[in-house]
Design a protein around this ligand. Structure first.
Ligand code: THU
Length: 133
């Protein structure tokens, strides 16, 4: 487990910007890149991938959770999202739910208002724990 104090947010943002540079966003013209630290120390990333059938477009976070699972699983501990300028962006509501599944309430996000736990970005979240009650 990487301790929060030692997390290199700048490095995470570099990885997110790199992913953003590979986004496929011809319809919105709004590329997005994300990166996250996993509890075993690996860094994963994703970019948005849109579709001619507009509603089928995939947010960058979809690619990230797919990579998480396909490279061995684990828990997300730290997450960042950037826009086409490379500036910090908040994840959309649906993607907060995607992140909750693998990061839970304590996952830390970089936001324009500072680093916050997911519990503050998705209060009273519905999650896997509800299904086991
Ligand atoms: N987008 C993401 O990839 N992640 C987010 O959290 C916010 C929105 C994408 C979806 C779409 O391709 C573009 O940004 C404009 O909404």
């Amino acid at each position: 487990m990487t301790s929060p104090a030692r997390v290199d947010w700048d490095e995470l943002r570099v990885v997110a910007r790199d992913a953003m540079s590979r986004a496929y966003a011809p319809y919105s013209g709004y590329p997005v890149g994300v990166a996250a630290l996993v509890d075993d120390g690996r860094i994963i990333s994703g970019c948005n991938v849109e579709n001619a059938s507009y509603g089928l477009g995939l947010c960058a976070e979809c690619g990230l959770v797919s990579q998480l699972q396909n490279t061995g699983g684990g828990r997300l501990t730290h997450f960042t999202c950037v826009d086409g300028q490379g500036d910090i962006l908040v994840p959309c509501g649906r993607c907060r739910q995607l992140l909750y599944e693998f990061g839970g309430p304590d996952m830390l996000l970089q936001t324009p208002e500072g680093v916050l736990p997911l519990s503050e970005m998705l209060p009273q979240a519905f999650g896997p724990e509800h299904l086991t009650k």
